[in-house]
Design a protein around this ligand. Structure first.
Ligand code: SF4
Length: 222
């Protein structure tokens, strides 16, 4: 277990620089395809993610740019990939590998999927990425620490392979579980957006704090 660690460095302060979008010129948001209900999950479903961020992605002030980096190179259905030995940054540094649930090494395919995602994001000039947490490609707060089918399942604070590449290129990322940050962005885009009660980000939840033994408030929290 980790303790007394700072909030992950990308999150969420870089989101403050987002422009005020309009209906005519909405905020361009790259999103995990499964968040829009694409059948791109490992088993050919949407992993229960369809609709998870509807309140944000359906805003007329947001233009979604969906993509699935794993489907792009590994296809669907596919064996479940997870990072072994670090997070997405470590994969790009050559210090960690991505293995699927049969033990097959899919590191290069995961990197190729991330590069295709980045190419689309840059072409579409996205200003934010909203990615599905826990995924070896799209995770931005938490990923599995090794294969997630091994019990007990272990978690790591960290980012997936695609998320790491986005952050390296200056694209801010948050997850579908970061309700406080998403509400902040909504309020930034639309000052009349009704503030939801008890909206918290994933790193502020009881599960996160207990699992990672965090006993302090993160910078900027009150
Ligand atoms: S790789 Fe990303 S977009 Fe594709 S199913 Fe997994 S979380 Fe969704």
């Amino acid at each position: 277990m980790e303790s007394s660690l700072p909030r992950l460095p990308h999150h969420p302060e870089k989101l403050g620089g987002l422009r005020r979008a309009t209906v005519q010129n909405p905020l361009r948001v790259f999103c995990s395809g499964c968040l829009l209900g694409w059948s791109c999950g490992v088993d050919g479903g949407d992993s229960g993610m369809g609709g998870a961020a509807d309140f944000f992605l359906n805003s007329p002030l947001v233009e979604a740019v969906p993509f699935c980096p794993e489907d792009f190179t590994l296809g669907t259905p596919r064996d479940l990939p997870d990072i072994h030995g670090g997070d997405g940054f470590a994969v790009w540094q050559g210090k960690a590998r991505v293995l699927d649930s049969t033990g097959g090494d899919c590191t290069e395919a995961m990197k190729a999927g991330a590069e295709a995602a980045l190419e689309l994001a840059l072409k579409q000039r996205v200003e934010l990425a909203l990615l599905t947490d826990m995924s070896a490609a799209c995770g931005s707060q938490v990923i599995s620490d090794g294969g997630r089918l091994q019990l007990p399942r272990k978690y790591r604070r960290g980012v997936g392979v695609t998320t790491a590449l986005f952050l390296k290129h200056g694209i801010p990322v948050c997850s579908q579980r970061d309700f406080h940050t998403l509400a902040k962005i909504q309020r930034h885009l639309d000052p009349d957006f009704p503030w939801p009660e008890n909206a918290s980000d994933h790193h502020q939840t009881a599960w996160y704090r207990e699992y990672f033994s965090i006993d302090h408030q993160f910078e900027g929290e009150s």
